[in-house]
Design a protein around this ligand. Sequence first.
Ligand code: GCB
Length: 610
Amino acid sequence: MRRMDLRIANVYARSFESLEGDWKYLIDPYDRGEATSRVQEDRRRESPGELIEYGFDEADSLSVPGDWNTQDERLFFYEGVVWYRREFERAPVKGKRHFLYFGAANYRARVWVNGEQVGEHVGGYTPFCCEITAQLRDGRSSVVVKVDNRHGDDDVPTRITDWMHYGGLTRDVLLVELPGTFISEYALHLSDAAAGLEGWVRLDGPDASGPVSVGVPELDARVSVETDATGFARFSIDSDPERWSPEQPRLYGVELQAGQDRVRDEVGFRSIEVRGSDILLNGEPIFLRGISAHEESLLHPGRAFGPEDAEATLGLARELGANFVRLAHYPHDEHMARAADRMGLLLWEEIPLYWGIAWENEDTLELARQQIGELIGRDRNRASVVLWSLSNETPNTPERTAFLSELARHARELDPTRLLTSALFGNVGELLRQLRAIAEASAEGRDAEPSVLVLDDPIAEHIDVVGWNEYLGWYYSAILVRRLDIPEGDVRNAVLEAMPRIRIEVPSGKPLIVSECGAGAKQGLHGADDEVWTEEYQARVYRQQLLMLENAPNWRGISPWILKDFRAPMRLLPGVQDHWNRKGLVSETGERKQAFGVLRDYYEKRRSSS
Ligand code: GCB
């Protein structure tokens, strides 16, 4: 039986061979290859009379890991099926188990080894593995993967997103060898009472019930436990490690051993909690000086992958003075959280419950539960990750709230040690009403009453930290124009000038992170600071936003939108957007815009005053 729920935690510390490099590929726009041609069998023509209507040997290659969009012009905007084939030699080894591990395949994948299906997976940003012990043979083996990046209305995410659905085998593919019984998953963190460490371990295999030892040699700490019949055991270790923090990202070597299996990890220990409207890191209030980032490379076109890309993105965030990064809008590569652990950056990690989701569909809920489960399963031992985000800009309806509250319950059950958040719209109707009053007063030459914007959404009850995507001075000004008889430039000016007098309140009393804010600017385009798309306008929006937020009593962090311009097929303005979202602080090639300096100076000031 195929098991798709099997986890290999910390896969990079196991015995593996990378299947990176060239994979042959066939484009199958009508999705006929599986049913009609049986491409999965990876056959060659052996006699002149044989009719086979595909062939990998003659095909071109794509580089894996990597998206297909930036490797073949025909695939740039393509949404459909591509078949991948790679050959490898790996003879089965007695007593060992063999797996194919996929860091991610966007969006739907089906995998065959030597013609036999070994697994399938839905969800473009989380890892999965297929056991192939029974399919391996001496000599050449072939792995065929069918990847389909089409999204339907019941998917997570759906088809319409403000980012590109980069398709393909976008992350590492590894051939992993493990003992018959191995350490499949484990957790290790400070205990609730912050007195010592605690955790659990899960074994997989025929001898899953047996002794496991866990040690942190630098702390001179070691414990042995027996797993139960299901292979599971909890443990605690009496020890008081130095705390991990952005200032001092202290990691400890951790060793686990069970039977023939041994795994080593680097783990940081820190606490994260909410008290009233404060976020406490290691018991001390912290302000999250952040930035949002999509998973696009600063080093090459397309989807980012691997440690170099992760370090480049996080390095730029550090130059900005950030101590926090929101990894939008889906789980990024595992290397990201590992690099953040080493570099001392706090992370917000997220699943792509984005805009319109089939809130009433049980299968969609299951898909969301699976994706948060796979993300938590992968990154639960990363000290850098402090927030799991459940969703982005979702409509405030009872169906949505029921869906998200169930997801919150599930996420807490899987990981009670971290905070939950969601990026919310806020009360848009009320927001527009208040901005309208501001614009009208300004048009009549009056001072508007000071505004209070109240962020209420029933989902706040189920999360710890309220995220708010705030686009005053950008979208909201434009929306208002359709309802008012005032020129758009005047509306923008009125809203921007009024921002320092606006007060934002969070009725739940919880901490507020402004999870997005910003404006579009084409790098190198200069003009007056009331002219949209100029660097000057974007910089002004940043200045006004920061003044406004200083008045928000619950404000505990910010991750403006966004570090770098990113590919967005729905952005159509020629000469400015050309299918790029231009809200980056740097261009797609890393050139800084003025707003980068505005935010960096602000973070510098905040850091020296705290
Ligand atoms: C948002 C979305 C983000 C978009 C951004 C924009 O509110 O959360 O995905 O890219 O606005 O630029 O419109």
